[in-house]
Design a protein around this ligand. Structure first.
Ligand code: GRF
Length: 206
């Protein structure tokens, strides 16, 4: 049994991926990660209510009126105060400053609702449908300075159906996210314990 990697989940909204990460861990205490903190830049985020119900420690501070690098320095302080080893972005709707990303090389993961490198950024489902894609999907990737551009560590396809609109597609992709993210995080955390830097070499340039 591995000593679980101490994870912080960063959210800005409803937190359904946070819930999936939490439930996956609860189903089997032998997972390679443990959720130590849920942090948010939106103090009224619905996901924080859920996080508290789950008994997680939470940290929340509105980013409004605070310089990005200053905000991220405060966030960094909170993460270090909890000895966090790995950060999982889960609907964290805020760009991280280059300084912050540089302080956590290979230690930030994100889930993105597209088959990266396709459809980076927002509004992915509508763009995939308009482009006539046969498949949409989701990707878990390591966060580097460039938005949604770090190495992809896991991906799941979701077929686009003829009558799909952005909302119906988003719903099915979200279900795929909930299965993909916990397994990918677990695998990454396990690799961290076995080899201390699973993917650092690939992110050196980022
Ligand atoms: C998900 O679609 C995720 O891929 C994207 O933002 C959404 C967050 O949903 N980054 P939730 O807050 O986890 O429910």
């Amino acid at each position: 049994m591995v000593d679980p990697v101490r994870v912080a989940i960063l959210i800005s909204g409803r937190g359904s991926n946070m819930r999936a990460l939490s439930e996956y861990r609860r189903r089997d205490p032998d997972r390679a990660y443990r959720i130590v903190l849920v942090a948010s830049n939106v103090p009224e985020a619905r996901g924080l209510v859920l996080a508290k119900r789950y008994g997680f420690k939470t940290w929340a501070l509105s980013h409004k009126g605070i310089d990005r690098a200053d905000f991220d320095a405060l966030l960094d302080e909170a993460l270090r105060a909890h000895n966090i080893e790995l950060i999982a972005l889960a609907g964290y709707m805020r760009l991280l400053s280059p300084e912050f990303v540089a302080r956590w090389p290979g230690r930030i993961l994100n889930i993105h609702p597209s088959l990266l490198p396709l459809y980076k950024g927002l509004d992915t489902h509508r763009r995939a449908i308009l482009a006539g894609e046969e498949y949409a999907g989701c990707s878990v990737h390591v966060v580097t300075v460039d938005l949604d551009s770090g190495p992809v560590i896991a991906q799941e396809q979701v077929r686009i159906l003829p009558r799909d609109g952005a909302d119906s597609l988003a719903e099915r992709v979200l279900e795929a996210e909930h299965a993909l993210y916990p397994a990918a995080l677990d695998e990454y955390a396990r690799a961290m314990r076995e080899d201390e830097a699973p993917i650092l070499s690939e992110t050196d340039e980022g």
